[in-house]
Design a protein around this ligand. Structure first.
Ligand code: NAD
Ligand code: TYD
Length: 361
């Protein structure tokens, strides 16, 4: 495959995951003069099936690697000499962070530092140094802590960091390291902090795909606590559009909050989801609501997240496009039409397939 005529190279980490795969597909299609290198370890959350549509595109490459592996990352950076990095690879599930916090410190903090160092060393060795380069760190609104329902407050870029879970603490720490690399070494970094995403290809451990999968299998829908916690939901392709914009147009050193302007109490969302699945399957009205079961609350469960996305709208002209009801319907239809995908990611069958194709990491 010819790649030498391509004008730019971007390494996207975590490109086989949920958000990363939507971003990679968008970049491969929209920037034919840019080589998109998807660097992913293929943990339980990474799945190359997500990228089938573009896997043989001339401007796409996949490299299996762990972002914590210092030597391998250095070799990959030396080989591809990227002018941009968009960093999404992470351990991303709050519940897992409560049972295995060290894995989150390892990947989210040390892995990020390793990528910052690899970018810095490569770019400092190039004649035009940091000129025309960018390191984009993809982060979460959870670093800001929790808001109170009904108080009218929103997370702004200036909101004080106050993470509560090991996941959000590890992401907060990585955000600080990214800013340290900007302030100490002059690395041209941008940070985005986004609210909860939903859409196709999300691993069925997160609320929406888990509950669609449970309804499909007639299993209970375990709502934590009283279900009054609030999240601000954004359709994943709207997030991918925002990332594209910030990577290409965002000002180095800046942070941009990204959100759906779309707050839902979990219990209301779960009812709407159950009704959407029933309507798609032609079930009697209210059938799937009967699966709702209240279970013990998550430890340290943040009450409310909500983003003020006015900076990215004002400065870069982005706002969410997808109406929640449309996005939810499309999402439900996607999972119901891709039951093989759900079965393979929950059975682990796809892992065996990748081990055969790519070997152990
Ligand atoms: P995901 O769990 O679906 O995907 C993570 C990807 O990273 C997987 O492909 C996995 O194989 C890869 N990965 C994990 N550890 C790795 C390692 N050590 N080396 C290389 N690759 C590794 O996550 P997601 O939901 O797509 O989230 C992507 C990013 O966006 C994360 O940084 C997350 O913090 C952030 N984010 C997510 C949301 C959300 O709602 N999902 C919201 C805001 C921000
Ligand atoms: P989740 O999708 O894990 O995202 P996050 O914790 O990053 O916001 O959870 C979304 C909300 O749904 C959160 O308030 C926890 C709640 N939840 C449940 O009530 N039951 C579940 O089984 C899961 C996975 C989440």
């Amino acid at each position: 495959m010819q790649t030498q005529n391509l004008a730019h190279t971007i390494i996207v980490t975590g490109g086989a995951g949920f958000i990363g795969s939507h971003l990679v597909k968008r970049l491969v299609s929209n920037y034919p003069d840019t080589l998109i290198v998807n660097l992913d370890a293929l943990t339980y959350a990474g799945n190359l099936e997500n990228l089938k549509e573009i896997e043989s595109s001339p401007n796409y490459r996949f490299v299996r690697a762990d972002i914590c592996d210092v030597e391998t990352i250095k070799q990959i950076f030396d080989k591809f000499r990227p002018d941009g990095v968009i960093h999404l690879a992470a351990e991303s599930h709050v519940d897992r962070s409560i049972t295995d916090p060290l894995a989150f410190a390892q990947t989210n903090v040390l892995g990020t530092i390793n990528l910052l160092r690899a970018s810095q060393e490569l770019w400092e060795s190039m004649p035009d140094r940091f000129n025309g380069k960018k390191f984009h760190h993809v982060s979460t609104d959870e670093v800001y802590g929790a808001l109170t329902p009904g108080d009218g407050q929103l997370f702004r870029e200036t909101t004080r960091y106050n993470p509560h879970s090991p996941y959000s603490a590890s992401k907060a720490s990585s955000d600080h390291f990214v800013r340290a690399w900007h302030d100490t070494y002059g690395l041209p970094t941008v940070v985005t902090n986004c609210s909860n995403n939903y859409g196709p290809n999300q691993f069925p451990e997160k609320l929406i795909p888990l509950f669609i999968n449970n309804i499909r299998n007639g299993r209970p829908l375990p709502v934590y606590g009283t279900g009054e916690n609030i999240r601000d939901w954004l359709y994943v392709e709207d997030h991918a559009e925002a990332l594209d914009l910030v990577f290409h147009k965002g000002t180095p050193g800046e942070t941009y909050n990204i959100g759906g302007l779309n707050e839902w109490r979990n219990i209301d969302l779960v009812k709407a989801l159950a009704d959407t699945v029933d309507s798609a399957l032609g079930n009697p009205a209210g059938q799937s609501r009967q699966l709702i079961t209240f279970v013990s609350d998550r430890k340290g469960h943040d009450m409310r997240y909500a983003i003020d996305a006015s900076k990215i709208e004002r400065e870069l002209g982005w706002k969410p496009r997808t109406e929640f009801i449309d996005g939810l319907r499309q999402t439900v239809e996607w999972y119901l039409n891709h039951q093989d995908w759900l079965d393979s990611v929950t059975s682990g069958a796809y892992k065996e397939y990748y081990e055969k194709m790519y070997g152990n990491r």
